[in-house]
Design a protein around this ligand. Structure first.
Ligand SMILES: *Cc1c(COP(=O)(O)O)cnc(C)c1O
Length: 820
């Protein structure tokens, strides 16, 4: 909610012109996303022009939600939005920023601005959590830290808040000045400076100085003095009395040293007046400990006492900012959001829920909202959200949440606490439902997730749907806007899980899906995926299913054409099919010599409608085969024109896979078939940095053993300790898809950022690794594939290709999806 704004003020702030004068009601909310509008009659809709979506396309939707006042930038915006006020500005992004600046100026509390390369979001969450135990505060939702995210965060600052914590991130020079004007932090925190996002900047120093502009008008700036470059730049830019430095070494305003303990770390704080305090935390990794110390210093600066901080620090947990999606019992799908519970977060989680594929019911399990402020208005907002997202059932846990009692328009159950819900739980019959579990930390809703989650074993494949989207966008950027995309979700979407990935791509407006077998297509249809689906290897006994589920088979031979034609004729069906033309792959497909006969078959069986013609390149990923590829492409074009001439209509034409899109974009034709690239592997090695790894395979340490030099490890005694040392047994084996060829040091895994080799032979369900000299514990996380262990390198080490590693990950490995 923003400070109430009149249309005249709006006109003045945005320096716009009135295109159309409608009613002049005042504004309490500003929205850029029509899906999220709740109080339409009090909402201003700002149509942003984004890279992927254009807000102007959603004006009609906002209108149906009750909005009657709009800010637009299109020259040709249809001004006939009935009975509405429309204001046109040069740039809607700038207008949004100006509105945020205006909202900020009305606020008299403290604004904490956080920037830096890493840790911003965690620091914001932690500081927010500690402060929220004592004051009514607000903070940026998720990682809303961009040129449009920051204004939206600032709109969340209300008069009653005592403090606001806002994070700022930039990717281009000159962006920070704009964010500074919007945030105007009183207190600044600089986390650190890394190499990430260096693209738009000429060098490290330029980037650092740009970031530090956020603190132009801040009274105090908190930073770590051990980061020499930051210390230097701050000293050059700002007077010494503004700087609050902490350091591991004596000499800063606060000295914060670390000692590792048995179960975590001890942080000792020495203040310049020699006051001495200790804090305990279960974190041991460097990044968390740095963030923690920033949090401690910021809390002290904001007036909390050491005992208050000590108490809160224990409760801090790894920030599961990410909304994760897990398979549940009885075919349910669980959205796990058990970290915190405030209104902004609830809204985000419900929206995420809404974008999932439909299940039978939408169920929300919700705890008390730990949000200071007027409880009545908090819960009436919750009510509005429940109505807006059309939930079928609410399970409310807590003592405060009873305030909802009067209203929610769905089935509701109340429980005093989590234990009471879990007692009752076996009696609640969830089946094929979509369940959002959203609770504040103290309610320990992870126990609920635990009860609802389908158990398999400790190994998971995490799939980052945002990375998938970015990879998709990268390939789209190489294509003309009109070129269609067919996404290969064969083989369980290269191991990633076909349904979730297909659903996500449907949301991203992909045009076609392709699977290997009819059964794979049938399961997509059963999961309510509606995109057209091509089936690469249909077999005769699946004809009925193809037709029943509107699946489109590849026809690759004359005899297959005849069989399918006969089947359709006798059942009175018609079907869309795709013809595979063999131009040199020599796998399946029609050769040139088949075209004559194909002509007569197409005439004899008009039941088969040819939706597309395609070919597949045998060596698209290698420059060495360029001449061959060009020959394939030209043969394809000539075969296509013969076929078109006898068909009398023009099917779609497509030839390029992921590697082909990068190498031969001029042959994109009507459509491309995107596979491995989407999953984060650029097989040409030309654009590796443009893609993001989509999946991380991880497991945990089951046991640690100390062994003496000369002792052997595992089957056939293949591993020998060549020193006194330590091994860890991890919960993954070849039956999970961890290839046995990784045995005996060929494979490496990552624990706490460090590589450790496999020792001995890989077993069916377990693997031993040498962790001599490493500080590791039972239960620690182990990364098998993921950042730092590129799939390409791993595959090369055992003489295979990334495709095989991905598709070999066994179906017993739980797939978990998240959005970061
Ligand atoms: C698997 C497959 C693709 C996708 O190949 P990638 O190398 O994964 O991009 C494209 N076309 C056909 C016919 C395929 O079988």
């Amino acid at each position: 909610m923003v400070n109430t704004l009149t249309p005249n003020e709006l006109l003045h702030i945005t320096r716009g012109e009135i295109l159309q004068q409608g009613p002049l009601s005042s504004i309490n909310y500003i929205s850029t996303d029509s899906r999220k509008i709740i109080h339409g009659d009090q909402t201003l809709f700002v149509a942003l022009k984004g890279f992927k979506v254009d807000g102007h396309d959603y004006i009609a939707d906002a209108y149906t939600k009750g909005v009657r006042i709009f800010v637009v930038q299109h020259e040709d915006t249809d001004t006939h939005i009935p009975n509405s006020t429309v204001i046109r500005v040069k740039s809607t992004t700038e207008a949004l920023q100006d509105l945020a600046t205006w909202n900020r100026l009305q606020y008299e509390g403290i604004v904490v601005g956080i920037t830096g390369s890493n840790g911003k979001t965690i620091l914001k969450e932690w500081l927010g959590q500690i402060l929220a135990n004592h004051f009514d505060i607000t903070k940026s939702p998720k990682s809303y830290n961009s040129q449009t995210g920051v204004p939206l965060s600032v709109f969340g600052i209300e008069r009653h808040h005592k403090a606001a914590i806002i994070e700022a991130g930039i990717s281009q020079p000159d962006e920070m000045a704009k964010l500074q004007a919007i945030i105007q932090p009183n207190i600044g925190i600089m986390t650190n400076i890394g190499t990430a996002h260096a693209e738009g900047f000429s060098d490290q120093k330029e980037k650092l100085n740009e970031k530090l502009r956020l603190f132009k008008d801040a009274q105090l700036i908190i930073y770590r003095k051990d980061h020499e470059a930051i210390h230097q730049s701050l000293q050059n830019l700002y007077p010494a009395d503004k700087l609050v430095a902490w350091s591991e070494q004596p000499g800063g305003d606060y000295t914060l040293s670390i000692k590792k303990e048995k179960e975590g770390s001890k942080i000792t704080l020495i203040k310049s007046d020699l006051g001495l305090y200790t804090f305990h935390s279960r974190f041991t990794d460097e990044a968390s400990l740095e963030n923690l110390r920033h949090t401690i210093v910021a809390s002290l600066v904001l007036g909390l006492s050491e005992p208050q901080i000590q108490q809160s620090i224990q409760e801090l947990d790894t920030v599961e900012m990410r909304l994760t999606l897990k398979s549940g019992i009885h075919q349910c799908l669980i959205i796990d959001d058990t970290y915190n519970n405030d209104l902004a977060g609830l809204d985000i989680a419900l929206e995420f829920m809404n974008s999932q594929r439909p299940k039978k019911r939408k169920i929300l399990i919700l705890s008390d909202l730990l949000q200071a402020g007027d409880k009545g208005s908090v819960y009436s907002h919750v009510n509005a959200l429940i109505r807006h997202y059309q939930l079928d059932m609410l399970i409310a846990v807590g003592t405060d949440i009873h305030r909802l009692k009067s209203a929610p328009p769905c089935e509701v159950y109340f429980y005093r606490d989590t234990a009471h819900f879990l007692e009752d739980f076996p009696g609640l019959s969830f089946q094929d439902d979509l369940i959002l579990v959203k609770g504040a930390r103290v309610f320990q809703f992870e126990r609920i997730v635990d009860a609802l989650q389908e158990r398999i074993h400790g190994t998971v494949l995490e799939i980052n749907l945002n990375a998938l989207r970015k990879n998709f966008t990268f390939y789209k950027s190489l294509l003309k806007p009109t070129t269609k995309t067919m996404i290969m979700v064969k083989a369980f979407a290269y191991g990633g899980g076909a349904t979730e990935i297909a659903h996500h791509l449907e949301q991203l407006n992909a045009n076609y899906l392709a699977v290997a077998y009819t059964d794979e297509g049938v399961s997509l249809r059963n999961e309510k995926i509606t995109l057209p689906v091509m089936v690469l290897n249909p077999v005769q006994d699946s004809f009925g299913n193809l037709i029943k589920h509107r699946l489109e088979p590849v026809v690759y031979s004359l005899s297959f054409f005849r069989q399918l034609g006969e089947y359709c004729r006798s059942n009175n069906n018609a079907i869309s099919v795709h013809l595979d033309l063999d131009t040199g792959m020599h796998r399946l497909g029609f050769g040139e010599e088949d075209l004559e006969e194909l002509r007569s078959l197409t005439h004899r069986y008009p039941e088969l409608r040819i939706a597309s013609l395609y070919t597949h390149l045998a060596g698209a990923d290698d420059a060495a085969h360029e001449t061959y590829s060009m020959r394939q492409l030209s043969l394809f074009q000539s075969m296509c024109s013969s076929i078109q001439s006898f068909l009398g209509y023009r099917p779609l034409m497509h030839a390029l896979n992921s590697a082909g899109i990068v190498r031969y974009p001029e042959f994109q034709m009507d459509m491309v078939r995107l596979g491995i690239g989407l999953y984060g592997v650029e097989v040409n090695g030309l654009h590796e940095n443009a893609l993001q790894p989509v999946s991380v395979l991880k497991t945990t340490i089951s046991q640690i053993k100390l062994l003496k030099k000369g002792e052997t490890v595992g089957y056939s005694r293949k591993g020998t300790m060549n020193h006194d040392g330590k091994i860890a047994t991890i919960a993954i084996g070849y039956a999970d898809g961890y290839d046995r060829r990784f045995s005996n040091g060929i494979g490496k895994v990552i624990i706490h950022g460090q590589k450790a080799p496999v020792i001995g032979n890989i077993c069916m369900d377990m693997t031993m690794i040498d962790v001599t000299g490493m500080d590791v514990h039972e239960g620690d996380e182990v990364i098998i594939y993921g950042a730092g262990l590129s799939l390409k390198e791993q595959a090369a080490a055992i003489g295979t290709i990334p495709y095989e590693l991905l598709t070999n990950i066994s179906s017993r490995v739980k797939r978990v999806y998240y959005l970061d």
